[in-house]
Every structure is written in structure tokens, then in C-alpha cells.
Design a protein around this ligand. Structure first.
Ligand SMILES: Cc1cc2nc3c(=O)[nH]c(=O)nc-3n(C[C@H](O)[C@H](O)[C@H](O)COP(=O)(O)OP(=O)(O)OC[C@H]3O[C@@H](n4cnc5c(N)ncnc54)[C@H](O)[C@@H]3O)c2cc1C
Length: 489
């Protein structure tokens, strides 16, 4: 074997000398979709791979929970870009997974269409749908005007600041009373897309991502089958939290929490940006300043979900039930999973500072808070049978949800983030963000890209071109030709 698990106290050099084999070896750090995609590619290409994952489960920010008796995604749940060009389409087709499309292209609500929801004020009165549509149109006009603000200013600013400038210049776009609360709700939806408050999001970059066509679809059976498929036959070590990475000229040594070391020809790191920002992994030699800067130039937002299971449905047959308020912070909404899955489940979703604040509450208090919101809309709402509460922002394995462009971010941050350092390659959601804005398919592509770069680098460095049989790196699962199964009720 080219690499092996080694005990604490062994020196890097002595371990390197003891390794002799003809098969290139790679350590993949992180068992989310990015790490699994990387491991899959290299495993299928006959590399020797070991994947180190800190949690006691795979999937990372994909987490399909089954405690309600059926799948509920507590992390990612939408496929952004329901089209054949989506890199996940072949896997989804091959597994016969169903998608429930919640919006077409270019919705002002990102992954929902205007007709798919109802808003309520804080007294529980329905907001007239005509007002919701009109304010939605105004919000679109405000956003168009912010493009002019961008053109007029050389320095970047937050989206919120630009909105204020627009409202100052165009008093006719200002909203009062209930209409302003609806406008705040649109801002709240925008903040959910970036998992960050509007005063943190870069005006220069917020709309620059390349979104795939086909709109957005919920994974009806959850994302878990994809994780299971990618993980098949990979040497995976759960409960292996990496604390140190020593990047030598010919080998990489990765040390985990209990002091055990793993040596290989190369390593691919796919831990979330929040982990890199918090310096939870010690790099030897230290990361160069340009890499450290790239890590701090990007934002890492937070979104939390509180899933409520009821014994029966008492709410209307709509996809989203929203509550408007005088600030976007105080607005909220429930995703009606019954619409897509047939199960009596509502998922409350909170993003940005509010999501962090929710994490300070106990599970019970968080569920009580959410039930108060629900009872404003439906005074006779039943109590939930069960509930699940996420804490992505303080979870030591994620420290956030997904990346976004901070105000003033230099243009080449992503490029610097993904640039390899010798035998160390960088995958993970944040690395591919300029194309895929913190998405599952972005993370998947980033893992594939890192694996392909690593593969090329090692084959060149080790001179293996002649004696390795390489399976085409996208693998047989990419050849499936079943149509995507999409429904809309
Ligand atoms: C609440 C929420 C909702 C989302 N909604 C959507 C959505 O609807 N659609 C969408 O496309 N995307 C969504 N996303 C984003 C999507 O989930 C991520 O972009 C994607 O799953 C990231 O995959 P990844 O492999 O890069 O990172 P991760 O899934 O975070 O994988 C990294 C892995 O590294 C492990 N790790 C951390 N530290 C260490 C360490 N020191 N040593 C070893 N392992 C370590 C972690 O445990 C984790 O398993 C959402 C995310 C969240 C949290």
C-alpha cells in the first residue's frame, strides 16, 4: 500500500521513506458532496483513496433526516437549474429521483414563483395578492435601478445601501405601511438566497453568478440517495477530524484529532469555508498570504430550518406561507413540504443574523417561537407531533451554510481559493462559487475539478501515464439516459 494510517509521534520524513507502491494515493478531507465526488473520480481512476470525515455521517451540508419516517432535507433541498446541463442531472436520472419544480427561470423570489405563496401580516390577515404582485414588480424595478448605482460608483457597496440610494432618488418607488412590509419580505427572500443580510452582500457581485436554466426543483426523496451512490466502495473514515496538514515536496501528511497521521502523494481539501476561516486546521508550511486573503474575502452565511411534523394538514395548499413585518429581519416563511411530498410537514426557514440568533434558543424555545408565528396565520394550528431544529452556524463541522460575495471582494478570490499548493488541492462549495453560488451542483463540480487537477498533477509528477488504466473521469453514472422526473401540482 502506498499510504497507511500511522500512529502519533512518527515523523513525516520517516513515514515518507517507508511508503513504496506503484499506485498514486490521495487523501480527501471532508465527506460532503464535493469530497465524495472527488473521491469517486479518483477511485474510479484506480487511485488509492481514503476519505477523512469529522462527523459520524456523510453528506455534510446535505443532511436528509429520516426521523419523521420519511426523508426531510435539513441542509440543501433544492436543485438549482433543473436542466440537462446540470452536472447532477445524470446522477438524478440514473437513480430515478423525482423533482418538484417550485419555480421557472428568473423569478423575483429566486426559487419560487409569485403564484405559489400567500403572505400574512402580523395580525394574521392575508395580504391582498394584488399588493404582493405590485410590490414584487416594484422590487424588480428597484433592483434594476441598483445597476445604475453600481455603474455610477467605482467603490463597491452593499445591496441594501444601493436600495436606499435608489429610494432616495425615486420617491415613487418607496412603499408605506403594509406595502413596505411586503417589500421587506422580498428583501428577506433575497437574504435567504445569499444566507446573509442585505447590508453584507456586494452590489458589484450579487447578480453576477451564472445561473443554470430550468428553474428550481425540490428533491422529493431528499438528496441522500446521491450521497450513498457516490460513497459506494470508497474507503471512508468517519469521526476523523483533520487538525493538521503538512504539505511536503513529494507527500502530504494529514493528522487527525487523536494524533493519527495519514500519508499520501496528494490531498484534496473540501471542508467548508467556515472551517478555513476559523483556522481550525493547522497548515505546515503556513498558507501563503494570497490564500489567506482569498479565504477572508468571501462571506460565509447562515440559514437554519425548523421542520415541524403534524398529524394532518390544516394549512392551504400553497408552496410558501410568509409573514410580513416592518424589517426583513422580522419577516419569515414556511415551506409547505406537503405540496411536494404529500407529508404533513412545514419547514420554517431563517437566514442571516436572524438564523444566528435562532441558534441561541433551545430546540424547544425555537419550536415555540415558530409555532407562535404559525398561530398568527392559523389561530387553530395544531401542535406538532415532532420537530427538528438545525444549527448550521455553530456546528463545528460547518460554521455556516454557504458562501456569498462580501462587499469589496476582489474579482479573483475564487480563483485564488481553488489554486493548488503543490500537492494540496482545494475543492468544496466556495471554490466554484462564481458559477454556482454556493450550490450542491457547484460543490459537486468543484470536487470533480479538484480531483481531475490532482489526477493530472500526480500522473505527470509520478510518471504514471504509461502503466495506469484510467476510467473516463465522469464515470458510467454519467451515461444514464432516463428523463428527469419533474412534477408540479
Ligand atoms: C440549510 C442549508 C440549505 C441549503 N440549501 C441549498 C439548496 O436548496 N440547494 C443547493 O444547491 N444548495 C443548498 N445549500 C448549499 C449546499 O448544501 C452546499 O453548497 C453543499 O452541500 C456543500 O458541499 P461541500 O461538500 O462543499 O461541503 P460540505 O457538505 O460542508 O462537506 C464538507 C465536509 O467536511 C467535513 N469537515 C469539516 N471539518 C472537517 C475536518 N476538520 N476534518 C474532516 N472533515 C471535516 C464536514 O463534516 C462535511 O461533511 C444549503 C446549505 C445549507 C446549510
Amino acid at each position: 500500500m502506498k499510504y497507511e494510517s500511522i500512529g502519533a509521534g512518527d515523523t513525516f520524513a520517516s513515514q515518507v521513506e517507508s511508503q513504496n507502491s506503484s499506485i498514486p494515493t490521495v487523501i480527501v478531507i471532508g465527506g460532503g458532496i464535493s469530497g465524495l465526488a472527488a473521491a469517486r473520480i479518483l477511485h474510479d481512476a484506480s487511485f488509492k483513496v481514503v476519505l477523512l470525515e469529522s462527523r459520524d455521517r456523510l453528506g455534510g451540508r446535505i443532511h436528509t433526516d429520516y426521523s419523521f419516517g420519511y426523508p426531510v432535507d435539513l441542509g440543501a433541498s433544492w436543485l438549482h437549474g433543473v436542466c440537462n446541463e446540470n452536472p447532477l442531472a445524470p446522477l438524478i436520472r440514473g437513480l430515478g429521483l423525482k423533482l418538484y419544480r417550485t419555480s421557472g427561470d428568473n423569478s423575483v423570489l429566486y426559487d419560487h414563483d409569485l403564484e405559489s405563496y400567500t403572505l400574512f401580516d402580523k395580525e394574521g390577515h392575508k395580504v391582498p395578492q394584488q399588493m404582493v404582485i405590485e410590490v414584487g414588480d416594484t422590487f424588480k424595478r428597484i433592483l434594476v435601478e441598483t445597476e445604475k448605482v453600481r455603474d455610477e460608483h467605482t467603490d463597491d457597496m452593499s445591496v441594501l445601501q444601493a436600495i436606499w440610494i435608489v429610494l432616495d432618488k425615486h420617491p415613487e418607488l418607496r412603499q408605506e405601511g403594509l406595502a413596505n412590509e411586503v417589500l421587506q419580505w422580498y428583501i428577506c427572500r433575497m437574504e435567504a438566497w445569499f444566507a446573509a443580510d442585505a447590508d453584507m452582500i456586494s452590489l458589484k457581485s450579487w447578480d453576477q453568478e451564472q445561473v443554470l436554466s430550468g428553474g428550481h426543483g425540490l428533491m422529493v426523496q431528499g438528496y441522500d440517495p446521491i450521497i450513498k451512490t457516490l460513497a459506494k466502495d470508497i474507503d471512508i473514515r468517519l469521526n476523523h477530524r483533520v487538525t493538521k496538514i503538512s504539505n511536503g515536496p513529494n507527500k502530504v501528511m494529514v493528522t487527525v484529532e487523536d494524533g493519527t497521521g495519514f500519508v499520501a502523494d496528494a490531498a484534496i481539501i473540501t471542508v467548508p469555508l467556515g472551517i478555513l476561516k476559523a483556522n481550525l486546521i493547522h497548515f505546515e508550511p503556513k498558507l501563503p498570504q494570497w490564500k489567506v486573503d482569498a479565504i477572508s474575502d468571501l462571506g460565509f452565511g447562515c440559514e437554519n430550518k425548523i421542520a415541524l411534523q403534524f398529524d394532518s394538514v390544516f394549512w392551504p395548499d400553497l408552496e410558501l406561507l410568509g409573514i410580513v413585518a416592518p424589517t426583513s429581519y422580522a419577516c419569515g416563511y414556511f415551506l409547505n413540504l406537503h405540496k411536494a411530498t404529500g407529508h404533513p410537514v412545514l419547514v420554517y426557514m431563517a437566514a442571516g443574523r436572524f438564523a444566528y440568533d435562532l441558534e441561541k434558543l433551545s430546540d424547544e424555545s425555537a419550536a415555540k417561537f415558530v409555532m407562535l408565528q404559525l398561530k398568527k396565520m392559523f389561530p387553530n394550528a395544531k401542535e406538532p407531533v415532532q420537530y427538528l431544529v438545525t444549527r448550521w452556524g455553530t456546528d463545528p463541522n460547518s460554521l455556516g451554510c454557504y458562501s456569498y460575495d462580501l462587499v469589496g471582494k476582489p474579482e479573483d478570490s475564487y480563483e485564488r481559493l481553488r489554486t493548488p499548493l503543490g500537492n494540496l488541492f482545494f475543492g468544496g462549495e466556495a471554490v466554484s462559487m462564481e458559477d454556482h453560488q454556493g450550490s450542491v451542483h457547484g460543490a459537486y463540480s468543484a470536487g470533480i475539478m479538484a480531483a481531475e487537477n490532482c489526477q493530472r498533477h500526480l500522473l505527470e509528477r509520478l510518471g504514471y501515464f504509461d502503466n495506469l488504466h484510467l476510467v473516463p473521469s465522469r464515470g458510467a453514472i454519467h451515461d444514464a439516459t432516463f428523463p428527469l422526473q419533474i412534477s408540479r401540482m
